[in-house]
Design a protein around this ligand. Structure first.
Ligand code: ADP
Length: 580
């Protein structure tokens, strides 16, 4: 249960309670001490009196003088508290009583053990009467305790008044003493209340003491400064987010939208109130759901996702091409708790790209048919010329035409594959084939392109792989044409096969210009070409290695490169060996 009383009340109660307990204990001890002293003094007085009377009575008892005994006992009249007394003779019979009028029933019939004791609100005592060594009898005396009780009453009254007086003083002191403690606490409380009610973090609490409370105030003010700074940063960020032309939204790890800026409203058509708290899948087209699920799964695993080209759906079911930039949102312990996404609308750029792709695809397709028939006629003419042992010039010219048309066919095939890739229409036709024959074929074709290079192959026999033969042929052809192009001084080019871990490893090595480490990372990007003076004259489109990488990616493989500038390069990849 929460104690709701104020600190002031608690401090005062503590002071008052402590003082009351101390005063009560002191008073009780004092009263007890006084009570015991009173009892002792009553006992001392009565026993002294009894001893005197007993001493005086010895003659009266020795001579059995009743009148003397009575007279001596009557001497007790001077003490108004003595209620009764008597003298017993040596044989224990009552000899004389005081006062005369007292009933014998109120006197003990026989003497009891010598000594004094308190009983029935009185002090009762038996005192021996002696004459020298012999005992003549016993004196009995009974005194009331009225005087002692009267004194005790006075004492209690005085103590009570004193206690009340002291408590009053304590109360006044406690009021004064709690002030220096509660004043800064109250100031602190007022400050905190103002901050929480008005959300005004510019308020600072005045430090009124140098003690723990002072340090607490200091720490609190420091915290307020931090909050103010953070609010300022958050304010700036919020302004940036709001004024951004790109939609910026935040989601939880479960994909629930938690923030939605104006640009998001403009782009996707949903108002913030309408979509906040709902699932992000509302703007994800069905065919892209797996991507979003993957993003959330990766964030949940604590991994980050950075950029992604994808598509989103507007409220009116319009499909947008989007470049997503995803930044994980972390809590104070660095744990990912959600993500903030910037969605750049790249629909127009994508459409432009598609138009370009369509154009390239269309042109390549249109060029392919006449080129195929040209190639066939050239080959027929070449065969005919050889058969008729024609002029060497004619044979040479036809051979060159054949090589150039082959080169052009490869180029067109590259463009067609690029267009297919862009449209997501690249399909593999997997079948089992002998590596050796494919390598032989491609090396033969490549060798036709150059006289400066010697292209050889080794260790490829008896290896069967399962892959798309035509596309792997294209991969090899692209690697070989690059090896030729980028070894302008000629040299040896080697295609080598090896088996490692149930995989066929195929490598193409040249002794050409080599590639700088920094460029090696980017070679496989679309349209990437290394730029330097030496290579300026070498023609190309920057799509060869991109296609190689993509075709291999479709095969579940990866192109890799090892190269040293000035010494040559080796490109290699692996393919699944066909199970017999
Ligand atoms: P292209 O050859 O048409 O420029 P590629 O995609 O085939 O495009 O190659 C990209 C870049 O990689 C080339 O511009 C070239 O600089 C570099 N490159 C490719 N193969 C080699 C190689 N065997 N040796 C040196 N550089 C190479």
């Amino acid at each position: 249960m929460i104690n709701k009383s104020s600190i002031q009340a608690k401090i005062m109660s503590a002071i008052l309670l402590t003082c009351t307990i101390v005063l009560l204990l002191l008073c009780s001890a004092f009263i007890l001490f006084e009570y015991l002293s009173y009892k002792k003094s009553v006992k001392d007085n009565v026993s002294t009196l009894a001893r005197v009377i007993a001493g005086n009575s010895s003659a009266a008892l020795a001579f059995e003088s009743y009148s003397d005994a009575r007279e001596i006992l009557n001497g007790l009249k001077n003490n108004p508290h003595i209620e009764s007394a008597c003298l017993y003779d040596a044989s224990g019979h009552v000899f004389a009583v005081y006062p005369d009028t007292i009933s014998r029933k109120k006197i003990p019939p026989t003497p009891q053990t010598d000594g004094y004791k308190f009983s029935d609100n009185a002090l009762v005592g038996f005192e021996p009467v002696r004459q020298e060594a012999s005992r003549l009898g016993t004196m009995y005396i009974r005194s009331n305790l009225d005087q002692m009780y009267a004194q005790l009453n006075n004492l209690l009254l005085t103590s009570g008044c004193l206690l009340v007086g002291l408590l009053l003083v304590t109360y006044l002191l406690s009021v004064l003493m709690q002030r220096p403690i509660t004043r800064p606490i109250r100031a602190f409380k007022d400050g905190v209340r103002r901050i929480s009610e008005e959300h005004d973090y510019s308020v600072r609490i005045t430090q009124t003491s140098q003690d723990e409370l002072g340090s607490l105030t200091d720490a609190f003010n420091h915290m307020l400064t931090q909050i103010e700074l953070q609010n300022e940063t958050i304010g700036k960020l919020a302004a940036i987010v709001e004024s951004s032309n790109d939609p910026i939204i935040s989601i939880t790890l479960e994909g629930i939208i938690t923030s939605w800026n104006d640009a998001a409203e403009r782009t996707f058509g949903y108002a913030a109130d309408e979509i906040i708290g709902k699932s992000v899948f509302n703007i994800v087209p069905d065919e892209r759901r797996h991507e979003e699920a993957e993003i959330l799964a990766r964030l949940q695993r604590g991994e980050s996702v950075e950029h992604l080209e994808t598509q989103r759906l507007t409220k009116n079911n319009r499909l947008l091409d989007i470049l997503l930039t995803i930044s994980p949102v972390k809590d104070q312990y660095g744990k990912i708790i959600g993500a903030s996404k910037i969605s750049r609308d790249i629909t127009e750029k994508k459409q432009e790209e598609r138009r370009k792709n369509d154009f390239i695809a269309m042109v390549s397709h249109e060029l392919k048919t006449p080129l195929t028939s040209t190639r066939s006629y050239v080959q027929i003419l070449l065969a005919e010329a050889r058969k008729r042992n024609s002029d060497a010039f004619i044979i040479n010219a036809l051979t060159r035409t054949d090589v150039q048309t082959k080169k052009m066919t490869h180029m067109i095939n590259d463009f067609l594959n690029l267009a297919r890739l862009e449209e997501g229409k690249l399909q593999l036709i997997l079948r089992v084939f002998e590596l050796q024959t494919l390598v032989e074929e491609i090396v033969g074709d490549a060798q036709f392109l150059t006289k400066n290079h010697k292209i050889s192959f080794l260790n490829c026999d008896h290896i069967k792989v399962k892959a798309d033969r035509e596309k792997i042929g294209q991969v090899l052809m692209n690697l070989l044409t690059n090896a030729i192009k980028y070894s302008p001084k000629g040299g040896e080019i080697t295609v080598a096969c090896a088996i490692d871990n149930q995989k066929a490893i195929i490598s193409v090595r040249d002794q050409g210009v080599g590639i700088k480490q920094a460029d090696q990372q980017k070679l496989f990007e679309r349209f990437y070409r290394v730029e330097n003076n030496e290579l300026r004259t070498i023609s190309g489109f920057g799509i060869g290695l991109y296609l190689v990488a993509e075709i291999l990616r479709y095969h579940g493989s990866k192109i890799q490169v090892e190269s040293q500038e000035g010494f040559g390069s080796t490109f290699y990849f692996s393919l699944d060996i066909a199970q017999e």
